[in-house]
Write a protein that binds this ligand. Sequence first.
Ligand SMILES: *Cc1c(COP(=O)(O)O)cnc(C)c1O
Length: 380
Amino acid sequence: MKNRKLVMIPGPTPVVRTIQDQMARETVAFGDPKFVNDFKEVIADLREIWGTSGEVFVIAGSGSMSMEMAIANTLKAGDNLLIVSHGFFGDRFVGIAENKGINVDVMKAEWGKVFSAEDIETKLKEKHYHAITVTHVDTSTAAVAPIEEIGEMMKKFPDTIYIVDGVAATAGEREYVDKYNIDILFTASQKAFGVAPGLALLWASEKAMERRKSIGSIPEYYVDFDKWLPVMHDPSKYYATPAINLIWALQESIRIIKEEGIEARYEKHIDISKAMRAALIAMGFTILADEKNRATTLSCCLYPEGIDDLKFRTVLAEEGAQVAGGLGAYAGKMFRIGHMGNIDMLDMVGAISAIERTLYRMDIDVLGKGVEVLQRKLME
Ligand SMILES: *Cc1c(COP(=O)(O)O)cnc(C)c1O
């Protein structure tokens, strides 16, 4: 039977029709007064919903570019950076920083576990760090870091910039920039915002902006805060062409978020993740992350004995759902499924039932088990 393909990888996530419609609009000039106004609104909404008195940047690029933007604007060669890594994406900061001649120390968590604020505090007392990075949800492990507690602890280190990678978290996991004492938070459009890939979103606190000022000119050109700030304050100005249709798509995503309410959206992610995980466990999978630090945005599911990863994901795609494979040492041992952004009941039931049919075709008969648990949880 031919099936539609549900994109259940942890980004890009399903893009709903009203967001797709924005991308299909006739493109206008970047100076078009209506577009300028839309862009202004997007920036104002992002500032308000994520609660910062600092700045917001929305520029064309992927999440990795926003990682580079965070480092480029707060550190110079010879500075000390502490990378708190909870997996593959935490580790990515190492290369970005080392290319720039930054001295890097890495706290590497066992996959599925996260460091506490106390662990990080102990490390920060060893020497002066100009910045630390923490991945809120590392997409390789689906473990969620205690970024609020870490932010509270960071008040004891006023000269250290606190950078949070929110790429698999922002708009799904609770985050408040000023309240959590975050200096830089960033994400990309294709994860919990449910927009197609192509936009990088970054929040910078007043302290981060002061740091940018204090380091003078930087070698990077495209990602320089100083170059973009005039545009973010007045989007009729030109620096580099904005991704017009994606900004409209983001505006629609924000409209959806405002309509449901950001708190309700966070609660929805909690409910969805509990239901999805219960269903996955009922079908025989084991969740990688420790129970106390499981993300609301995606899950990493270890296969039961005897399931071949490639075959599982190939059959699952035929049954109508695409999931991602494990990374690093977990390649072949687990799959990763996104449950963030604008996914709905049909997506969830569709994905869980496709997994049931896949297992059935691999001689594991759990037909109906996952879907029953999922629906019971969601109807609670
Ligand atoms: C996806 C992801 C990135 C990288 O984003 P790209 O858009 O693929 O460049 C970085 N960090 C985390 C936590 C991610 O999930």
